[in-house]
Write a protein that binds this ligand. Structure first.
Ligand code: HEC
Length: 168
């Protein structure tokens, strides 16, 4: 092998080393720059959807108990109402400005942000009513008229907000 071909090989080898280093550096940079997890907006959407799923699953029984389709049970009623009272805490910061992600990430309508004052009013009323509901359920201790009225009223909050601010 003559000197020039040795040089050429050296050049190729060192060139490859540079490329490898470059790749390693860029993949390191990508790892270093990759966000630690989902964005704050995405987490807000996940939290509200999770909270609403649990609220819905906890509330469903009340509808059945109020109609007489499920037998009333005091312990069951108290447990479910207290869960709903707690779960609404997750809605405090669940609709930040930048979390209007649209479908498929979210089923919240853009109107929840454009009609902000009305949406927040409905949300605040729902949170207060959900906490009052817990108290009413504890006081009524049965499928009384008061219990049925409270269930219907909280159910109206769900429907009232969904009709305006939730996609089907
Ligand atoms: C102030 C408005 C508001 C009220 C009150 C409200 N919701 Fe919702 N709910 C929403 C919005 C907006 C969404 C869509 C959230 C998203 O996808 O980003 C939603 C989503 C849901 C979901 C779907 C969760 C999922 O992602 O699968 C369920 C179930 C639900 N709500 C149940 C209820 C029940 C039950 C009540 C009443 C006890 C209620 N909601 C009250 C606004 C409301």
């Amino acid at each position: 092998m003559d000197l020039s071909s040795k040089r050429a090989r050296l050049f190729v080898t060192s060139g490859m080393a540079v490329v490898c280093l470059g790749l390693a550096a860029s993949s390191f940079a990508q790892t270093a720059q990759a966000p630690a997890g989902p964005s704050a907006a995405k987490i807000a959407v996940e939290n509200r959807r999770a909270a609403f799923t649990l609220i819905g699953n906890s509330f469903r029984w009340f509808g059945a108990a109020a109609k007489g389709a499920a037998p009333y049970d005091e312990a069951e009623a108290k447990k479910r109402a207290s869960r709903i009272g707690f779960l609404v805490n997750f809605l405090d910061d669940a609709f930040p400005e930048d979390s209007n992600l649209g479908e498929p990430a979210s089923k919240a309508k853009g109107d929840a942000w454009t009609n902000r004052a009305d949406f927040e009013k409905k949300l605040a009323a729902f949170k207060a009513n959900a906490r009052a509901f817990e108290q009413t359920v504890a006081n009524e201790k049965g499928a009384t008229d008061g219990f049925k009225a409270a269930v219907a009223s909280l159910g109206q909050d769900c429907k009232g907000c969904h009709d305006s601010y939730k996609l089907k």
